[in-house]
Ligand binder design. Sequence first.
Ligand code: SF4
Length: 765
Amino acid sequence: MPAEPAPAAITTYTVAVRTLCDFTARQGDLDTRFTPGPTAAQGQEGHRLVASRRPSHWTAEASLSGRWRHLLVRGRADGVDVQARRVEEIKTHRGPIERVPANHRALHWAQARTYGWLLCEQEGWPEVEVALVYFDLDEQAETVLSETHSAADLRDHFESLCERFLHWADQEADHRTRRDEALRQLAFPFGHFRAGQRELAEAVYRAHTHHRCLLAQAPTGIGKTVGTLFPALRALPVTGTDQLYALSAKTPGRQLMLDGLARLQAHTPALPLRTLELVARDKACEHPDKACHGDSCPLAQGFYDRLPAARAAAVRSARMDRAQVRAIALAHRICPYYLTQALVRWSDVVVGDYNHFFDPFAMLHALVASEERSAALLVDEAHNLVERARGMYSAALDFACFRGMRLLAPKTLKRPLGRLHKAWKQLLDSFDAPYQVLETLPDDWTGALQGAVAAVAEHLAEHPTEAPGSPLVRWYFDALFFQSLAEAFGPHSLLDLSTENDGTLSLRNVVPAPFLRERWQAAQGATLFSATLSPPDFVRELLGLPENTAWRDVPSPFAASQLRLEVARDISTRFQDRAPSLDRLVDRIAHHYQNRPGNYLAFFSSFDYQRQASERLAERHPEVPQFAQSRGMSEADRQAFVDRFTPTSQGVGFAVLGGAFGEGIDLPGARLIGAFIATLGLPQVNPVNERMRERLQALLGDGWRYTYLYPGIQKVAQAAGRVIRTPEDQGLIVLMDDRFAQAEVLALLPAWWPAPQPGNQFHKA
Ligand code: SF4
């Protein structure tokens, strides 16, 4: 039966082969036991290996597309042999082929047959050989399952998949039309912009409509969240972009985004916008003691059978935050975490953590990289991204952990783990220094690691019930990740060996730019915003932002007259000067407290320094009420600390700069009237930071500032930024170190701050 032509009034809907099959051919239980699967890089390597065994006329990644009614289906077939009239779908795996669950195989066959039809239609063939090639990465062996199908049969299969998808596609196309129409008409919800907010919104809109990146330094108090969400949403229909990813460093940032979106929707009730909150698996899991398959977890049983109804209910509800998705998932007796994953591609705004787009296996990035979705980015509190990205592309292997795991490992792994143990010992014996930077990984050690990882992978494939959190599984994934970063090792990272604590081999990323460049290119515009992004070149170079990235420093809505800024030149917080200057330091805190009793925060470089100052203040000024941050505070303890700052309370809260209270807390009015910053925030001078400095000097020509000064002063500005939160606030910032008086340091502080006063010396005899 020939395909019916699409009616002129109906919009063509485009879907990837993978999504079409995923949507229509999955049935039964959720089952993640096919893992430990290969990493993306290993999968690609497997595909390359298979391709290298094929004749020269074999085409890899062949683009194919076809239509059914008003549905356009497109994708890339793994391999096409025109001479043999054969299409191949390649799947890499580890362990016995029998372990591939039936529902995975059904999905693989659906993809292969769909490509079979698209190829028959393109080439006009009456029949084609459809082959499913399972490539075992450890054995480097292929298991080929093949069928010959007539074009007519394949077309029937294709049409039946499309027909099942069309109802959803029509609904999606209708939603998209209504969404874009509403976004084109979207008015700013609060009548007028605050000072600076319009400038920020215009810059975001310009950047996103031109598919560019924007670095926006925007102070507290201008309404950054709505000031970026509103223009980024307005830009979506202009550029035809599918989604907006709003990413933040921490949970409170995610909540701010969700609240901002809720405010926009409250002012525009007819706005058909689906907002999804991404949550980490450990926070969303209902059965942390179980494994993700139907034999273990009741919410994995029949997951795919009940998913369609749950998905339909979720998209109807529009605001798909954690609580709402959980309620829907449980009502349909399926896993909330995997329901959230299944909703990502059907959402308009996805609110998540940085790692959902930037880490090596990020699912949001995979969606745009495969061109299944196009997306623009908002990156909140972007001053955190350099450090977070470094962490995402760093890995360490610990000899003590390996030894612990080896003691518990099954006997079958004795030999490969023994070889790695020996290689570890040789490596550690060959270095005397407690810290050593290596040029490359020793071949013996690398070979032994490869052997051990392959053996553990084989064991895990044969024993898929191994507990996900067991030492063996944890070590396996750590080692796998280490291997994948080792393959990408370059000047952007340091390879070092510490012989302390039994020995640790680390790959430390210094410049994440090479890993992130492609991510910016994949986005249809990106805005990185924060109150502290100076100097922009520091952020731009380390994050690999494009040359044409725009910079906007939005003026503050606050007046210099709201703030008294003092630099205590008589105090030095250098390590050797701390003890002699401690009396002066606490006397100054006490003086200001007595002068204007109220709520203050005092920031220090370490818990130890904080304790010394707190004890000395108690000795010399017992009348000053005080309380302190402690190590490893729980979320409830942190909240209790913040709750002590009330409009009527008084006291000095001691905290560590760069810790839980140095940013992200909002204490307007009398809840906070001053901050004492007893540190420049410079990272500790130690062998690791010194090697980073040398590497940054070699790569970017400014090692000291990039390693120490800029990150330090960003933390200072963040912490001090807690004081003035509204145009009505009046407050005090005391920078307690003579180095704050240096012109270079002052130039890095917020431009709206007043000129610093030296302040008197308040030393109590
Ligand atoms: S509830 Fe937990 S164990 Fe069950 S499928 Fe979901 S994530 Fe896995």
